[in-house]
Write a protein that binds this ligand. Structure first.
Ligand code: HEM
Length: 487
């Protein structure tokens, strides 16, 4: 038997088909509360979309530990081989709005929330191990170039290539974005990376720098630009179809989880800055250690409640897992929770999808969505210190101190950095077919851009590898006079 329809206050509704009117022709009476409530709620059905990564797809699953890394981290999530932790994942494109087509060339977000017994651990990564900028002061500028032009309200290739060509640190990520990795056919067929350097610390207070890798068991796949045009012409929701559809039919995607580990003091010795988000750590120096398996196996029942309202933040760390000196990471530690308070409301962490699966005791007080109890057992214990038995700190979970030196200044992040060797190595690692597609994709994207900007960018490709520069220049039809003019 169907349940009785009610108002939000629980009163039964007698008629959900006809408004309350004076006579069959109307007008409507002001006292038709059911009508007013329906219209008022409809007006409030939208919240601000994420300022970046607005279009996304997500599911629940588990992370299972397969290898013992307890000598590196005291995090309880990794305490024993075989241990399973519940989680939720959200994948996304970066630039498109909430209604954007899925199969667009873009970096993909790879955001995870692990509901550990010591609080939520969020790993908010991408499907790429590096990023476009290395100083957070440049992040809003970069994102402006990816979003719509203020006058035309269209995306601007000129703005994108102007910024990238003036920011050589972006070359590594640009090379990945325009390679096959920049257009996977769905979330199941891509890797994930924590990207930043994070840290592990153990019971003895020893710290290792760590990078997280999630390798797809479904195999890497990609779409060419031409294939993507056909796909988008057929459906704008192909990622949702892929992820939701495969989980619905019991075909659960899995990723092998690995970490690279660097002893704390090695960071002073590597020839590159291990906290630079535009660089990878060579696997020869710091090999991948297997850690576990991630599986996605349950679709959410309500997309808005569970995926749109999911709030992932790099600030959500747990004892045994910490940050690093990466400047970008530190800015992100601030930015996400701030975005969530704006996008979702003050107590967004109490929403079911974000709520930790362990006891929560804090002294934050009122504000929007104060619908929960802190459960400290005593309503008089609402400040700290108190003698009412309220929650108290636990020094046993203190992170070991981090040695920091250096003069406070606005250090030029472009000085003394090699922006070309790693992108060049990546280019040289590709097969001739992969290189060809990379350069075709670049030339297609740079076609509408003024020649001076094309030439400036081609110089970066050339410095990474002369064949890379020459291949893009030739595809763009740049003459040697054009290139010489830029010398
Ligand atoms: C989303 C800021 C760099 C991955 C977001 C959001 C903000 C933001 C404000 C929206 C959050 C929300 O409303 O829920 C920044 C800043 C950055 C930065 C200030 C640099 C200083 C990065 C990097 C990565 C990344 C380097 C990956 C390694 C993501 C992902 C999401 C996201 C995956 C979507 C999370 C979700 O699915 O809800 N970012 N971001 N961001 N960012 Fe960043």
């Amino acid at each position: 038997m169907s349940k009785t329809l009610t108002t939000t206050a629980g009163a039964p509704v007698a008629d959900n088909q006809n408004s309350l009117t004076a006579g069959p022709r109307g007008p409507v009476l002001m006292q038709d509360w059911q009508l007013l409530e329906k219209l008022a709620h409809q007006n409030r059905e939208r919240i601000p979309e994420r300022v970046v990564h607005a279009k996304g797809w997500g599911a629940y699953g588990t992370l299972t530990v397969t290898h013992d890394l307890t000598r590196y981290t005291r995090a309880k999530i990794f305490a024993a081989v075989g241990k399973k932790t519940e989680m939720i994942a959200r994948f996304s494109t970066v630039a498109g709005e909430q209604g954007a087509a899925d199969a667009e060339r873009d970096v993909r977000g790879f955001a995870l929330k692990l509901y550990t017994e010591e609080g939520n651990w969020d790993l908010v990564g991408n499907n790429t191990p590096v990023f476009f900028v290395r100083d957070p002061l440049k992040f809003p500028d970069f994102i402006h170039t990816q979003k719509r032009h203020p006058r035309t309200n269209m995306r601007s290739p000129t703005a994108m290539w102007d910024f990238w060509s003036l920011s050589p640190e972006s070359l590594h990520q640009v090379t990945i974005l325009f390679s096959d990795r920049g257009l996977p056919p769905g979330p199941r067929h891509m890797n994930g990376y924590g990207s930043h350097t994070y840290s592990f610390w153990n019971e003895a207070g020893e710290r290792h720098w760590v990078k997280f890798h999630f390798k797809t068991r479904q195999g890497h796949k990609f779409l060419t630009n031409a294939e993507a045009e056909t796909v988008v012409g057929r459906s704008r929701e192909t990622y949702q179809e892929d992820l939701f559809g495969s989980i619905e039919k019991g075909d659960f995607p899995q990723w092998d989880v690995f970490v690279q580990l660097m002893p704390e003091l090695d960071a002073d010795r590597t020839p590159y800055n291990p906290f630079d988000l535009t660089k990878v750590w060579p696997h020869g120096d710091y090999p991948l250690h297997p850690l576990g398996v991630m599986e996605l196996n349950r679709n959410p029942d309500n997309y808005f409640a569970e995926i749109e309202q999911a709030a992932f933040s790099p600030s959500n760390a747990v004892p045994g897992i910490g940050f690093s000196p990466d400047k970008m990471l530190q800015a992100r530690v601030f930015s996400y929770a701030d975005a969530h308070r704006h996008r979702l409301g003050t107590h967004y962490e109490a929403l079911p999808v974000n709520r930790p699966r362990c006891p929560v005791h804090h002294y934050h007080k009122d504000g929007a969505m104060r619908f929960f109890q802190n459960d400290s057992g005593n309503p008089d214990a609402y400040y700290e210190p108190n003698s009412m038995g309220g929650p108290v700190q636990d020094p046993s979970v203190a992170e070991p101190p981090l040695r920091i030196t250096g003069d406070a200044d606005r250090w030029n992040h472009r000085e003394g950095n090699d922006d070309y060797t790693q992108p060049g190595n990546l280019f040289r690692l590709m097969t001739p077919e992969q290189q060809g597609r990379l350069m075709d994709n670049l030339a297609a994207a740079m076609g509408p851009v003024p020649t001076a900007i094309q030439v400036r960018q081609v110089r970066h490709f050339h410095l990474a590898d002369p064949a890379y520069g020459a291949g893009v220049a030739q595809r763009l039809g740049l003459s040697s006079a054009d290139l010489a003019a830029a010398e």
